[in-house]
Design a protein around this ligand. Sequence first.
Ligand code: AMP
Length: 280
Amino acid sequence: MKILKTIQELTDFRNTLKSSSSLEKNKIGFVPTMGALHQGHISLIKKSVLENEITIVSIFVNPTQFLEGEDFEKYPKRYEADIKICELANVDALFMPSVQTMYFKDEPLILAPAKSSFALEGFKRPGHFDGVLRVVLKLFNLVKPTNAYFGKKDAQQLFLLQNMVQTLFLDVNIIPCEIVRDEYGLALSSRNVYLSEVEKQKALSISKSLKIASREVMQGNLDATSIKAKMQEIMCDIEVEYIEIVSRDFQKLDMLQIKNSIILVAAKVGTTRLIDNIWM
Ligand code: AMP
């Protein structure tokens, strides 16, 4: 596995692929991450390795998607373990650029569409999605992947990336990947390391509330207000930021369209902010 830190190293790697026979079908899979890799990331990487001739993973803690006062400085970093994980997963190249490599002092900005980026996560974290789109567009331009893999765990991010690819006519397929959970149902996240054992127990109410919500829907309850109230009750021990039920294109729903809704939760457990969702 090649470890690439500069744009030149990445470009050279891309060029050697062109001149070698490793790209007969011209299929490059790309998995952008912020590192501290866990089984959720690994599931994306495995899917990419399976579906492409070459897989490139990036690890970049992107400053522009963090708001003032968020955890940018203390975001977990485990570079040695991450490198081992990628090697074991048969990744071909790991791109680990510095902030100076990725950003210029004066550069054009890409902004997430106002209507869909200011609700939910965008409302709670204004500017967050601008930073996400900005860095992913840069990474797409550098890596030039055929397929790019993203988790459904970040459902609104996934929607906005699909929107960016569609509206900017980018030549890349966005591949949505299922949410990976621990044995108790907690959605895996690099931020789970911030949780104490007690907080971890409390955090389980998030996935539990989503499970109950989906059971309600399956049993014919189509009233979003009553479902949200039930979920809120289950999460009474944690600080719920929002519970929302949206269509696949992130329009809010009052009455569920069972097959096409996403039920989303954001909550703080102690000082750790967690998000989770379930796709109906
Ligand atoms: P991050 O490193 O948190 O930026 O995540 C990198 C990618 O991994 C994103 O596409 C996430 O949606 C995805 N991801 C993170 N956690 C999970 C999970 N538990 N299951 C599936 N995908 C995940």
